[in-house]
Design a protein around this ligand. Structure first.
Ligand SMILES: Nc1ncnc2c1ncn2[C@@H]1O[C@H](COP(=O)(O)OP(=O)(O)OP(=O)(O)O)[C@@H](O)[C@H]1O
Length: 300
């Protein structure tokens, strides 16, 4: 279990992460979303024990992670641009990882070598971006981490490799109960992979919910009223995240229980009433609007 308690990380005078608390349970695949500059990478690096927070603490299974080699030996961080030693091959990087991560498994390294079509003796700086990303996965998973932290991990992978990597991650979670934390702007991928979602903005966590709960808690309602006065009466009563009018049809993004929302609208006996599910991308955009992010330019 990862416990993040009141963590703040400050660069110069800017709070990149601002008093954030969050618990990520063992075996979760946690998707961290957020606007550019929200503080996702900073939080991931703090969880991985790379950054020391100015206040607060991160604990993994009850033990502090910062400056704790035992705990850090169980955590692998994959940055958005994988870093390898200049001139190193996959084999040479494997030797390095072996010396740093006590859980390194030669068997797993060989097994994964059958999945990734890479020559382990080739220099990493001669590989394409996607091939280097594959190599980073191969090495990271061979360390047999208990916690795997990944910043934009699927960027650059082709669709077949994306599917392969997702399947390997599901297998790691199912068989070894590893905890995965992923930051990504690709919400389709996050929707596919993650069971839990956190949304950050301005260094704070706006939302921390199970994906299913998040999706069943936010609804798109299309409605044509018999009388436009009904719309004022109704929207005053509901937690509306977003409202649009197209001719006589109103579109609302509303939070709450589906049945209750439907009942509210039915009272006014509208001509048209449709409750539609939202994608994670839509939920993200409207939550951001609720947090003061200007989404008007994308709604043209
Ligand atoms: N090493 C650093 N030195 C100074 N400021 C930094 C540093 N790293 C991050 N920041 C600042 O902290 C804030 C959060 O950055 P961070 O990289 O964590 O955001 P992010 O959510 O990962 O963004 P993106 O989605 O654009 O990758 C930004 O304002 C950024 O300028």
């Amino acid at each position: 279990m990862i416990e993040i308690r009141g963590v703040s990380k400050i660069f110069q005078d800017r709070k990149a992460v601002d008093g954030l608390s969050l618990t990520i349970h063992k075996g979760n695949i946690f998707g961290l979303l957020g606007s550019n500059g929200a503080g996702k990478t900073t939080l991931l690096k703090t969880i991985a024990g790379i950054y020391e927070p100015e206040s607060g603490e991160v604990r993994i299974d009850g033990k502090p992670v910062f400056e704790s080699p035992d705990t850090k030996g169980r955590v692998v961080f994959m940055p958005d641009f994988p870093y390898f030693f200049p001139q190193a091959s996959i084999m040479q990087m494997a030797d390095f990882y072996k010396s740093v991560y006590p859980g390194w498994s030669e068997d797993r390294f060989q097994e994964l070598g059958n999945l990734f079509p890479l020559n382990p003796r080739r220099k990493l700086n001669r590989l394409s971006k996607g091939m280097r990303q594959q190599a980073a996965f191969w090495l990271a998973l061979s360390c047999m981490p208990d916690v795997l932290i990944m910043d934009e991990p699927l960027d650059g992978l082709d669709p077949v490799m994306r599917r392969l990597v997702k399947n390997v991650l599901f297998q790691e979670v199912a068989e070894r109960g590893i905890t995965v934390v992923i930051s990504s702007h690709n919400l389709r991928e996050i929707e596919d992979l993650c069971d839990h979602i956190g949304i950050m903005h301005g260094g704070a966590l706006l939302i921390d919910k199970e994906l299913d709960e998040l999706k069943s808690d936010t609804h798109k309602v299309q409605v044509a009223f018999r009388d436009e006065r009904h719309e004022h009466a109704l929207t005053a009563k509901l937690p509306v995240l977003h409202r649009e009018q197209r001719g006589s049809v109103f579109l609302y993004i509303v939070k709450g229980d589906r049945k209750r929302i439907e009942e509210y609208f039915r009272v006014y006996d509208p001509y048209v009433l449709d409750l539609l599910p939202l994608t994670l991308e839509e939920i993200f955009i409207y939550e951001m609007e609720g947090a003061g992010y200007d989404i008007a330019p994308i709604l043209l």
